[in-house]
Write a protein that binds this ligand. Structure first.
Ligand code: ZN
Length: 66
């Protein structure tokens, strides 16, 4: 699955706040930081863990895939 900085993604697990099931990719390097769209909390994953937990890319380069 392809993903880029600023993409909106859905993970297999929603954030415990339950306000939103979507996350935005806010930093991409060796690690990936995503931000909960419900409460703004951010979580850091290694690329490998991120890919394991990624369910789908909801918005990629301006195109919606909902
Ligand atoms: Zn949250």
């Amino acid at each position: 699955m392809e993903y880029e900085l600023n993409d909106l993604v859905e993970m297999k697990k929603a954030h415990p706040c339950k306000k939103s099931k979507y996350w935005q990719i806010i930093r991409m390097g060796a690690d990936i930081r995503i931000k909960c769209q419900g409460c703004g909390a951010s979580v850091l994953f290694s690329r490998r863990d991120f890919e394991k937990r990624l369910k789908k890319v909801v918005k990629h380069g301006g195109e919606e895939h909902v």
